[in-house]
Design a binder for this molecule. Structure first.
Ligand code: IPE
Ligand code: IPE
Ligand code: MG
Length: 509
């Protein structure tokens, strides 16, 4: 079975923002404070996320009346009606509003219609919190709302000269919304404003594109919780396109699926599904390494062969890295560690070293938006004290801003495998520790990152050059003559294919 990632998929900005707010709140509690943080409804519709928040002390309630006076309450990403806001104020609750900005926009549109005296048709399923919030907004403005499929019929039947305002739940099937709007427009004058949000539509369109390209008999695997409306819509879209649809909320569910007979499988995930589950699923379906490390070598020779300055080779190499980071995302590889500058590279001419440091600073500054948009966590490994204060502050600011993301790019700067081991040993000595392999590991630069499964080196050199000496004890190696700036997607896939075919015995028989 050929497994393909459907892009875009997964968490949207609204969900990401809501989770980040909740995590920030948990972190800001004084040490030892175990009082619950209340959340009205599930923050986002995903069991993995909810389970983790419960572990952090979140308590989920269905009614604002269940929150004790004076406590902190988070409004979920789906939004709340104004009546709930008022009740929260009356009860003296501290409110943290995690409403998705697109849902908030639908509220504003619905309210604006109602304030003009228009009736409002809210497309969507009447039950979910999101729709109840929008309806509450219309009613608060003294308006009348028609809701759900019955609402469409009632709004049509009513006719009349006054225009009807139409808004939609942000996670609806965009085709269905268009059909409903067309149906209403045949019966009466309609005005539409906020409809399905861009992230929902883009994910649904990507599934439609995959199904068209893959032809009949293709399968689509949708990852996410049953409670998630946008996840269910993705499955519906795939079904409408004639695909065989599979759904799973966790790895256990995934392991129960039977894909026999499927030639091509597209994988997508809902806007509330954590990326780490998506990547876990990819590793389950294909033998994709969880962690790839690369010795990006050959920039100088690439430049020399073209009669260019070495600095141009480094610039071209930086572009290759951007591409490789995307390829990792598309293949479900969670960690990418790259060797950018070794402890030995300080020996190079000052102009080259200065040029490289300036290139790192520029890259990290200009790419900040991409890291956030693509939900990639940036971190540095290496001797931080060797960096200029300016570069270090850029590094650490980007680390802080991307801390919550699950996919990671780890850049080794002023890094040496021996230096890392020595630094870890000194940290252990300073604490008076008698080390074991397990306790020693805790002093490494990125102790929580699993060892690399695959180490790639470009440019024909078959040596380790002081890279990840501790961590690569059982890594698979793959060498290519290609110089780093020329490293292509086909090269990358060859390395991954080679990895997938290897038998990793780790000393076993
Ligand atoms: C790797 O390319 C990049 C760094 C070490 C910073 P090189 O600069 O080592 O290129 P070659 O090996 O001289 O071709
Ligand atoms: C290793 O490459 C370091 C990086 C890629 C950053 P080098 O080019 O510095 O290593 P040697 O000199 O070939 O061993
Ligand atoms: Mg080199």
């Amino acid at each position: 079975m050929q497994v393909e990632v459907i892009e875009p998929h997964g968490m949207c900005a609204g969900v990401n923002g809501a989770i980040a707010r909740a995590l920030e709140l948990a972190k800001s509690r004084p040490a030892g404070d175990r009082s619950p943080i209340y959340c009205l409804h599930e923050l986002v519709h995903n069991e993995i996320v909810i389970g983790e928040l419960k572990d952090l002390g979140f308590r989920f309630v269905d009614r604002i009346g269940e929150v004790p006076r004076g406590a902190t309450v988070v409004f979920s990403a789906h939004g709340v009606p104004p009546q709930v806001r008022e009740e929260a104020a009356r009860r003296g609750l501290k409110v943290v509003d995690a409403t998705c900005p697109f849902v908030a926009r639908v509220h504003r549109s619905a309210r604006a219609f109602a304030e003009k005296g228009m009736e409002v048709c809210v497309l969507g399923d009447p039950a979910p919190a999101e729709v109840r919030g929008i309806v509450g907004e219309v009613e608060d403005a003294g308006g009348r709302a028609f809701v759900g499929p019955h609402g469409v019929s009632a709004a049509k039947a009513k006719g009349g000269a006054a225009p009807l305002g139409v808004v939609a739940q942000t996670t609806m099937n965009s085709d269905e919304v268009e059909r409903a709007v067309a149906e209403l427009a045949r019966a009466r004058r309609v005005k539409t404003m906020a409809k399905v949000c861009g992230a929902t539509k883009d994910r649904q369109d990507a599934v439609r594109r995959f199904c068209r390209g893959a032809g009949p008999g293709a399968g689509v695997l949708v990852l996410g919780s049953k409670t998630s409306s946008n996840t269910r819509r993705l499955a519906e879209v795939a079904e409408d396109c004639g695909a065989k649809v599979f759904t799973a909320g966790d790895v256990e569910g995934l392991s129960r699926l039977d894909f026999s007979g499927v030639g091509r499988l597209g994988v997508t995930s809902g806007a509330s599904t954590p990326e780490r589950f998506f990547m876990e699923a990819m590793r389950f379906l294909r033998r994709v390494p969880e962690h790839v490390a690369i010795i990006m070598d050959g920039n100088g020779r690439w430049a020399k062969a073209r009669g260019k300055a070495r600095s141009e080779g480094h610039r071209a190499g930086a572009k290759t890295l951007e591409r490789v980071l995307d390829w990792c995302g598309e293949r479900g590889i969670r960690y990418l560690t790259v060797y950018a500058f070794s402890t030995e590279n300080w020996k190079r001419p000052k102009a080259e070293v200065d040029g490289l440091m300036a290139l790192f600073a520029r890259m990290l500054k200009t790419k900040e938006r991409d890291f956030v948009a693509n939900r990639v966590r940036f971190r540095m490994v290496g001797r931080r004290g060797d960096l200029s204060p300016k570069l270090l502050s850029i590094v650490e600011s980007l680390e802080r801003k991307t801390e919550a993301f699950e996919r990671q790019l780890i850049v080794a700067i002023s890094y040496g495998g021996r230096a890392e081991i020595v630094d870890a040993a000194n940290a252990a000595v300073a604490r008076g520790e008698q080390v074991t392999e397990e306790t020693f590991r805790r002093h490494l630069y990125a102790p929580d990152v699993p060892d690399p499964d695959l180490v790639i080196r470009t440019s024909g050199e078959c040596r380790v050059s002081n890279f990840l000496l501790w961590e690569s004890a059982y890594s698979e190696y793959w060498f290519t003559d290609t110089l780093w700036p020329d490293f292509s997607e086909a090269d990358f896939d060859r390395a991954l294919e080679s990895y997938a075919a290897r038998d990793r015995r780790r000393g076993g028989a």
